[in-house]
Design a protein around this ligand. Structure first.
Ligand code: 13P
Length: 336
């Protein structure tokens, strides 16, 4: 078993999942302003530290994705943030892309940037304690999109990023996110996501990536957010599993879904059905941002000093997601 494979399994095994707390300062500012909290670096740290020192860090959260600002911050306990995360035996990770920019040649689409100088930045993050990384490619669905150009160029960037990350001894999360925005059907989402994931693996293999040492972070197969043809969790699970079985090489140890704008319970229920029906060898778990943090953030915004109360809400959400990652969740457990 390679070192990279061991790190991936440590993050994902036993129903554990990933807390995506890597919102850029711009995104975090929007999230905080939405709940009327000023977005100072102290407030961003306070909320995140509250989550990172909660009980569920031991039993539910296998890895935390950080943002550049947070990985360099020090917690109240005087531990650095990576030390705080490691002390509960979770693995610190870091978002290393520098964001999605307009794709020259197809200006309605995006290409993710951040390759220049990446080798040097990775060395610094490794020294700060990171053992895995994230890079997100983003694709929207419409009649014309995603174009071949966006599918090809984002796959190429994801593969070049992955090669540099593995060279530096860390596990790359490969995140091709086909967005929920739009009126498209689940079938469109299935077709486009299949094409996107297939191209990602073509490029990863071309760049000699050790597939046993990556984590795939895809979207689930859903109808568009404005579609009037929503599908059941059972159907989400069937289509998602079909897409992954057809396009992900079996060497990949695990798949950690993004929530992508799904409500907390919706994202939990869909993951639960995926695991109930999982007839693959892939671990199927969560790497949620909004679907893990939303209700904790809402509570905290009104009770900024109530660390315990905030942690209680976060612990519940993380526990529900971890049950779903084992196919053991049920709606009744939400109210217990
Ligand atoms: P969401 O779960 O809120 O989609 O965030 C996950 C993530 O890391 C997006 O890049």
């Amino acid at each position: 078993m390679s070192e990279l494979n061991k790190i991936a399994l440590k993050i994902l095994s036993n129903g554990k999942g990933i807390l995506a707390a890597d919102e850029s300062t711009g995104t975090m500012t929007k999230r905080l302003e939405n709940v009327n909290v000023p977005s100072s670096s102290e407030n961003r740290l306070l909320f995140r530290e509250t989550l990172f020192s909660s009980e569920s860090m031991k039993n539910c959260i296998g890895g935390v994705i950080l943002y550049d600002e947070t990985i360099k911050q020090t917690a109240n306990s005087n531990k650095t943030i990576p030390e705080l995360i490691s002390s509960s035996s979770a693995v610190p990770g870091i978002k290393v892309d520098t964001g999605a920019k307009i794709l020259a040649g197809s200006p309605e689409e995006k290409i993710t940037e951040g390759l220049d100088g990446l080798r040097e930045r990775l060395k610094e993050y490794y020294q700060l304690g990171a053992r895995f990384t994230k890079w997100r490619g983003v694709y929207s669905i419409s009649n014309k999109y995603p174009s071949k150009l966006s599918i090809q160029s984002n796959a190429h960037a994801l593969a070049r990023y992955s090669a540099l990350v593995q060279e530096c001894g860390m596990v790359p999360i490969v995140e091709p996110e086909v967005l929920m925005d739009g009126k498209h059907s689940a079938e469109d989402c299935f077709n486009k996501t299949s094409e996107v994931i297939k191209k990602c693996f073509d490029e990863l293999m071309l760049h000699n990536i050790d597939l046993t040492g990556i984590i795939l972070k895809p979207n689930m197969i859903l109808a568009g957010a404005s579609s009037n043809k929503k599908i059941s969790s059972e159907e989400v699970a069937k289509l998602t599993l079909k897409c992954l079985k057809e396009n992900v090489p079996t060497d990949v140890p695990g798949i950690a879904f993004l929530s992508g704008g799904q409500a907390e319970i919706e994202a939990t229920e869909n993951l639960n059905f995926i695991n109930k029906h999982n007839d693959t060898k892939f671990i199927m778990t969560y790497s949620y941002g909004r679907a893990l943090q939303q209700s904790a953030l809402k509570f905290w915004s009104k009770n900024i000093k109530d660390i315990e109360g905030t942690q209680k809400i976060f612990n519940h959400r993380a526990k529900m997601c971890t049950l779903a990652a084992q196919g053991k969740w049920s709606a009744e457990l939400e109210t217990k």
